[in-house]
Design a protein around this ligand. Structure first.
Ligand code: SF4
Length: 206
């Protein structure tokens, strides 16, 4: 499961929210490429979460390599969250994240349950529409080539032409072959041969 730095609750330490972690799309691509590079991608399912709200958000995650998406934010919105970021104070103004019985009354379960259900149903219906408009019949069929992005130059290109790709088994080969290691895309080229299984610290810094 790849959970992007953009996720988390309003209770997260501000320094962590602002400076620790990486955006979900980068992290997802990093993990996907790592699994491809060590030959395990077909044995491990990859989930992703981080600002996934709309049907297109889901399609983009799938294109980047996710097998499924989790969404907290969208469901929180449907439930009434207004992002006041006071979850940790027990003073949630909408009754979503509080143990205070008085504040909890702001969340009318019978009303909000219907909204959450509608959000989920309509988002999946929208996803089916988006996939259908591209001639696809199943979320598994979404690839990098189905998403277009516009570069700084203004030119639109398929996502597949700008994403970093690691060849199958290339990270294993890179450990013994400097030529393969030098041909890896960043950040693998810089960090892969310095990484170790037993610690998060880089071999170059510890
Ligand atoms: S509305 Fe409630 S759940 Fe949403 S961010 Fe504020 S405190 Fe947290």
């Amino acid at each position: 499961m790849v959970d992007g730095a953009e996720g988390g609750t309003g209770a997260a330490p501000v320094e962590f929210s602002d400076h620790v972690g990486m955006p979900m799309r980068d992290g997802l691509r990093l993990v996907h490429n790592t699994l491809v590079g060590i030959g395990l991608r077909d044995q491990i399912k990859l989930g992703a979460s981080g600002k996934v709200v709309s049907a297109f958000d889901i399609a983009r995650c799938l294109a980047l390599g996710a097998d499924w998406c989790n969404s907290a934010r969208g469901f929180m919105f449907a439930l009434g969250c207004i992002q006041s970021r006071s979850c940790h104070t027990d003073h949630c103004p909408t009754g979503v994240a509080t143990q205070d019985p008085l504040r909890q009354r702001a969340l009318v379960v019978t009303d909000k349950a219907e909204r959450v259900r509608n959000f989920h149903r309509n988002t999946l219906a929208n996803l089916a529409d988006v996939l259908g408009s591209a001639g696809l019949q199943h979320p598994d069929q979404v690839t990098e080539s189905h998403i277009m992005i516009r570069e700084g130059s203004g030119q639109a290109k398929p996502l597949s032409t700008v994403l970093p790709h690691v060849g199958a088994g290339a990270l294993i080969a890179a450990e013994h072959d400097p030529i393969v290691a030098a041909s890896l895309p960043e950040p693998f080229k810089t960090y892969w041969t310095k990484s170790r299984a037993e610690t998060f610290a880089s071999a170059a810094t510890s």
